[in-house]
Each structure stands twice: as structure tokens, then as C-alpha cells.
Ligand binder design. Structure first.
Ligand SMILES: Cc1cc2nc3c(=O)[nH]c(=O)nc-3n(C[C@H](O)[C@H](O)[C@H](O)COP(=O)(O)O)c2cc1C
Length: 357
């Protein structure tokens, strides 16, 4: 029955919006297919600079205190009450960390579904942007912004558009996620891309509300597939930043005797030269003593020390001939996307620093 009502709602929305004279073209949808498949542009994502902003009906609605999921209300009950999208936001946070930010309107929405449908219809048709509650959010503290919302009329609620217009996300990586009642994400990813002007938008995830409580594996697999889990460091590793001009890459130093010895010299800058399409190397001015464990092979991303040449190297691409002429000792690795190295100049000043002093 709920699905039937929704079909009617969606069809009526589309018909009305299609005949609307205002230019709303980038927010219309021809079908309900979950068509957006934004691919990663391979830009580095910094750990610990993640914001998970979400809009849910719960928290933005004048519900009675004892509201429960048996009515048409959008509530997930798991000891506490949560909005469906809020619940998904919390599952994401559990997996990748970051901070939650609830998008809240100044004026709450009605708890009556039919009235809300009309209010939303009116907001979309007239491009109304509901005013958001004041907050201390400083968007410059974040590089990666998840944006979560319930699909409304095959698109984002206008409160999400208010959020996207309020904050400058043009230098951010944006990751949409949404919940819905069976019709998928509709045009919502496209709206987010257009309204956010994000420099980079990663593949989104849409989950049907009825499945939300059983979705932890789906969510983890998705986060893994967009590279958000590879940012996790292993026990004892030290997070480092590798600065090349205005590009910052993430890396780790291993918990080995040599890496710990070299760590004492951080931060330092090495003038590094591109070599053989596979590495950047450059001399260092310290002489570590823990030199066991050299090898003549490398993995992509390896940061190594070489005793013979008294230098450090970053390996970014395997070549036909990965065997090296001298021993190198891996002391850490780059965990950001390595493709940036392909486009660097032949000589670069590269600064290695600890992320947390
Ligand atoms: C006004 C309105 C419009 C909706 N439009 C759609 C839709 O187009 N497609 C769909 O699958 N679900 C639609 N839904 C259902 C919600 O997307 C779904 O229940 C969502 O999981 C609620 O999330 P929340 O609890 O975070 O608000 C609509 C719900 C409302 C209130």
C-alpha cells in the first residue's frame, strides 16, 4: 500500500514538474533507475577529515514524543529512535570515523505524509530553499563530505540543496548516500553534483529503507570499493603526510627499527628525481643505523631507504623490470592514489611530515 501511494506520488510529481515553466531541468527525472555511477577521480582522501552530513525526516519533523515505526513515520528503532538516513549515516561513521552533522531546517516539517508531499512539491516547483538552523560548522576542517538524504520525489529534499548552496564544496570530495522506499536514487546524485560543484564525486550508495538494519555489509563493501577503508592504518603504524607542491598525499611509516629511527628526523624535505617511470628518489642527510632487511623488489606505494645510495625513494609504478640493482628497505607506504606521480615534474621538492605530533 505504501509503495502504491509512493508510485502515485512519484508519477504525479514528475507530471507536474515536467509542465512547470521554471527552469528546473537539471532536477527532473525520466525514470526511477539508479543511474548515477560516479567514479572516483583518484584524488587523495585524508583520514580524520571526514564530515557525514545528513538530512532525515526524524529530527526535522513535529512528531509526537512516542512516535514509532508502525505509523507512516520514518523512524528506525534500535534502542533509540533514528531517522532512516541518520541510521545509515551512523553506520558509515562506525566504519570510517569522521563527524556527523544533522542538516536541520529552522521550520520543522509536518508529520502528515500527504501534507509533506505537497510541501515538498511546492518547494521543488518554486525552487524554495528552506532556511537551515544556525551551526558552528567550519567546512574548511573537512576534505571529504558524505551527504545523506531520503529520496523525495525522485530527488533530494530542498533542505539538502540549502546545505549545498550554503557551504562551498568546490575543493571537496563529495560522497552521496540515500535511503528510499523502493524507487532508487532517481535524479538525486545528479542534483548533488550540480548543486555542490564538488571537485570530485565518488560513487554513491542508495539503500531501501526496509533493508537499512541489515545493510552493514553492503555499506562496508561500498566504502571499501570507493577506497575509504584502505585509509585505515595498521596497529603501530604512524600516519604521515607527503606534500608535493599543493598536493598532499597520505602515507604511513611502519613500526620498524629503521622507520622509527628515520621518524626522528621528520619533518624533512627531499629534492626527488623521477626515475625509470617507477620512482622518485633523493639523497637524505641523516645516517640511520638499523639497516637489516634489504630487498631488490618493491610494491607500488613503497617508501624506502637505500643504504648504498644514501637516499629515500617512493615507488609508484611497477615496470617490466621491477628488480632493482641495489637493496632498498621499505620504511612505509603511500596510501593515497598513486596516479598523481605520473603527472609530476622530473624533479620535485617533497616534504615528509608526521600527521600527529
Ligand atoms: C515527501 C516524500 C517523498 C518521497 N519520495 C520518494 C521517492 O520518490 N522514491 C522513493 O523510493 N521513496 C520516496 N520517499 C520515501 C523516503 O525516501 C524513505 O522513506 C526514506 O528512507 C526516509 O528516510 P528518513 O527516515 O531519513 O527521512 C518519499 C518520502 C517522502 C516523505
Amino acid at each position: 500500500m505504501k509503495k502504491f501511494l509512493l508510485s502515485a506520488l512519484i508519477i504525479s510529481m514528475i507530471c507536474t514538474l515536467a509542465s512547470c515553466t521554471k527552469d528546473n531541468s537539471n532536477r527532473k527525472s525520466e525514470n526511477y533507475a539508479d543511474s548515477s555511477q560516479e567514479k572516483t577521480a583518484g584524488l587523495p582522501i585524508e583520514k580524520n577529515r571526514i564530515l557525514i552530513a545528513y538530512f532525515s525526516r526524524y529530527g526535522n519533523t513535529d512528531y509526537p514524543d512516542d512516535v514509532d515505526a508502525s505509523t507512516s513515520a520514518s523512524v528506525v528503532i534500535d534502542k533509540e529512535r533514528y531517522g532512516t538516513t541518520e541510521y545509515m549515516a551512523r553506520m558509515i561513521q562506525k566504519t570510517v570515523g569522521g563527524e556527523l552533522f544533522p542538516i536541520r531546517t529552522v521550520t520543522p516539517y509536518t508529520d502528515d505524509f500527504d501534507e509533506l508531499r505537497d510541501v515538498n512539491h511546492n518547494e521543488m516547483e518554486n525552487n524554495k530553499l528552506p532556511e537551515l538552523q544556525k551551526s558552528n560548522l567550519d567546512i574548511s576542517n573537512y576534505d571529504t563530505i558524505f551527504i545523506g538524504y531520503p529520496v523525495w520525489a525522485t530527488d533530494v529534499p530542498q533542505a539538502v540543496v540549502s546545505f549545498l548552496k550554503k557551504y562551498d564544496l568546490s575543493d571537496k570530495t563529495v560522497i552521496p548516500f540515500c535511503t528510499h522506499d523502493g524507487y532508487g536514487a532517481g535524479n538525486s546524485y545528479n542534483s548533488i553534483r550540480v548543486e555542490s560543484s564538488a571537485k570530485n564525486m565518488l560513487e554513491a550508495l542508495a539503500i531501501e529503507a526496509k533493508d537499512i538494519k541489515d545493510s552493514s555489509t553492503v555499506i562496508e563493501n561500498w566504502l571499501n570499493s570507493i577506497g575509504m577503508l584502505s585509509k585505515k592504518t595498521d596497529e603501530g603504524e604512524t600516519e604521515i603526510a607527503i606534500q608535493i607542491g599543493n598536493i598532499t598525499l597520505d602515507g604511513v611509516l611502519y613500526n620498524t627499527a629503521l622507520a622509527n629511527e628515520i621518524k626522528q628526523y621528520f619533518p624533512f624535505t627531499i629534492s626527488m628525481t623521477k626515475y625509470a617511470g617507477r620512482e622518485f628518489y633523493g639523497g637524505v642527510d641523516f645516517y640511520p643505523e638499523s639497516l637489516e632487511g634489504g630487498q631488490k623488489t618493491f610494491e607500488n606505494g613503497d617508501i624506502t631507504y637505500c643504504e648504498d645510495h644514501h637516499n629515500m625513494a617512493i615507488f609508484y609504478a611497477q615496470t617490466d623490470n621491477p628488480n632493482l640493482s641495489v637493496n632498498v628497505i621499505p620504511i612505509g607506504k603511500v596510501i593515497s592514489d598513486l596516479s598523481v606521480f605520473e603527472n609530476l615534474d622530473n624533479r620535485e621538492e617533497i616534504t615528509f611530515s608526521l600527521k600527529h605530533k
